[in-house]
Design a protein around this ligand. Structure first.
Ligand code: SF4
Length: 364
């Protein structure tokens, strides 16, 4: 990263004039701006897209379809290797039961997330999506795969990303979201998930997903051992991809839960503070000037996540299940009113955002 060419007051003026900040500016902001200053700048950028006091939320669940995975990421407490005991693949009926429960609780979004399971083909998933569409129609929307799972399915079927995206679309898939990105630097992936995909491949796959007319999102996870420079590189790659495609409907960042993971044991099972998370949310809002919807993570930050609305976020989801993060220490509350009341106490009125009917957020 080049040396900063702007001072803090100059960067502040850039943001006020709606000028884009550089990676070097972002680094200087991170190092020198106070928390109240980050919050104020992020709120200024937020106000370009959202009225003060407004915010939206979803009620959703992650459906972990299989825990069998060959990727062996060292930050994961969820997976079981194919030859090990304890592996599972949810049946269609088990998945329907989870979706029924979600509907009964008032939710309408299921994010599917499983491992790289060599036994499960792309046709298996196409059949599953068809069965869900037949049973639920548009009452439930699916974040059907993460980009990482999509890449594995395509490779496993010897299909190009374009052909795989088309096949899934024909089966009823509408969304393949940014999960599996963690930190998008090649070095981070070599350190922690060498059997996953490279950053270059990740964006090739996401470009094919967008070109097929499927909808997608950007995500990020912080709190491993990544440097500030790596976080900024991730934001910069995300912003550049958005400049090229306009395809990422939202940006969601959450935090690494270390418990029961090999990396967590190595790092002393320490989580970053909520204050650091909120500061990163602010930086993300300021940097990602081309993504209108910035989401804060109730799943990993619980009620503190709502403070993210003061640091540039405008949207959050209330999850009722995610085995991957729960196994690594995340806790979930079904007291939805309590969560919504925290947002209200901070001066925001949360409005439910039905994903199935939702139009893409636009840049004014
Ligand atoms: S994070 Fe995902 S891809 Fe990596 S080991 Fe866990 S289940 Fe597999």
């Amino acid at each position: 990263m080049s040396q900063p060419s702007a001072t803090l007051p100059e960067i502040r003026r850039k943001v006020e004039r709606r000028e884009r900040i550089s990676p070097a500016d972002a680094l200087l902001l991170w190092r020198e701006a106070s928390d109240p200053e980050m919050r104020a700048l992020a709120s200024q950028v937020r106000a370009r897209f959202h009225a003060p006091g407004s915010c939206t939320y979803l009620l959703m669940r992650i459906v972990n379809t299989t825990n069998v995975c060959v990727a062996q990421c060292d930050y994961c407490a969820f997976y079981t290797l194919p030859e090990q005991a304890g592996g599972y693949v949810l049946t269609e009926q088990q998945i329907f039961a989870k979706l029924d429960e979600l509907l009964a609780l008032g939710g309408d979004l299921a994010g599917f997330n499983g491992g790289f399971n060599p036994q499960l083909t792309i046709d298996h998933y196409c059949n599953l999506v068809r069965a869900i569409r037949a049973r639920y129609g548009d009452r439930i929307e699916l974040y059907a795969f993460t980009i990482a799972e999509f890449m594995y399915l395509a490779d496993h079927a010897s299909l190009s990303y374009a052909a795989a995206a088309e096949r899934l679309k024909q089966a009823g898939v509408r969304w393949i979201t940014g999960g599996g990105s963690e930190i998008l630097t090649e070095d981070f992936r070599r350190r922690h998930s060498k059997f996953k995909y490279t950053v270059a491949q990740f964006f090739q796959a996401q470009a094919a997903i967008a070109a097929a007319g499927l909808r997608t999102t950007a995500t990020m996870v912080i709190g491993f051992d990544e440097s500030i420079e790596e976080r900024i590189e991730h934001l910069d790659r995300t912003r550049r991809f958005q400049d090229e495609t306009g395809a990422q409907e939202s940006f969601l960042c959450w935090t690494f839960k270390p418990w029961a993971t090999p990396l967590g044991a190595q790092l002393g099972n320490i989580e970053i503070t909520s204050a650091e998370y909120l500061r990163h949310l602010a930086l993300s809002r300021i940097y990602l000037d081309n993504i209108p919807r910035i989401r804060t993570s109730v799943l990993t930050q619980n009620e503190r996540a709502l403070e993210g609305l003061l640091y540039g976020a405008d949207d959050f989801d209330i999850p009722i299940e995610d085995e991957v993060t729960q196994k690594a220490g995340a806790t979930i509350s079904l007291n939805f009113d309590k969560i919504l009341n925290v947002a209200r106490s901070l001066g925001f009125e949360p409005a439910y955002r039905p994903v199935a009917l939702q139009q893409p957020a636009t840049i004014p």
